[in-house]
Design a protein around this ligand. Structure first.
Ligand SMILES: [Fe+2]
Ligand SMILES: [Fe+2]
Length: 136
């Protein structure tokens, strides 16, 4: 996995959050892939959930402030991602491990797809506002 500038949304705090989530998710990925102890996996998944919950709340507040027109859709996406991590937590608790394929689509959804397709949309709006305030 690689963290690249492609995923920068241009809001320093949110970019930092994404990077933290990326790092924690990467640790979780390897724990699940290499079969770490159940306790470690649980602890790591809870940490990912905690960071994500904080981040989603921050993003949602920013979108509200921006008057972002697709806020409801975005919030629904965040909820879907939270549902995914909650079912992963249930699986770990039950001693079930996701398959490699499930794990990859989880990471793909959580990081790449959501940031690239959804977060980038409000990021563009932030960019326009920044540009306007520079010009004006
Ligand atoms: Fe985000
Ligand atoms: Fe988001």
């Amino acid at each position: 996995m690689n963290w690249t500038v492609t995923y920068l949304v241009g809001v320093p705090q949110l970019d930092k959050d994404h990077e933290v989530i990326f790092e924690e998710l990467e640790k979780l990925y390897y724990l699940l892939k290499e079969g770490g102890s159940q306790e470690d996996m649980l602890e790591q998944a809870l940490l990912v959930r905690k960071e994500a919950r904080l981040h989603f709340a921050g993003e949602e507040a920013l979108m509200e402030w921006l008057g972002y027109h697709e806020i409801d859709l975005h919030i629904a996406e965040h909820k879907m991602l939270m549902d995914q991590i909650n079912s992963l937590l249930d699986e770990i608790r039950e001693g079930l491990l996701p398959s490699e394929k499930e794990l990859q689509s989880f990471v793909e959804d959580w990081l790449y797809r959501h940031i690239r397709d959804e977060d980038m949309q409000y990021a563009r709006m932030v960019e326009q506002i920044q540009r306007r305030s520079l010009v004006g």
